[in-house]
Design a protein. Sequence first.
Length: 132
Amino acid sequence: MSRPEAKGSAASLPAGFDAPVFAEPWQAEAFAMTMALHRKGLFSWNEWADALSAEVKKPDAAADGHDYYEHWLAALEGLLASKGLAAKPDVDAMARAWERAAYATPHGKPILLENDPRLPAEFRSLYVPACG
């Protein structure tokens, strides 16, 4: 099956194609991380599908799917933890470090992990300053 030719305007696209695929940047980042980790061979696509399926089938999942990427992120964190690649406490500590970095960053400036005034020593070895 071939792809239909684009007409060059949003009016020619099917309904819904004018909206962004991701509602927030973190959703795109979680998607990209998942794809990159899979391509690196850290988990199979079947493992990923099983992990995501288990998350979205949980009783607290929204019927309208508005929390889909929250479940996506939980599935990724759970899969990495189950493989011993990133323990939940480490993931949670890193998330808190990013939150502190965001809070400490002046408006309009890039949020850098080094801006966290309480960056744990174990994360300092992971930090690679931006070139520039």
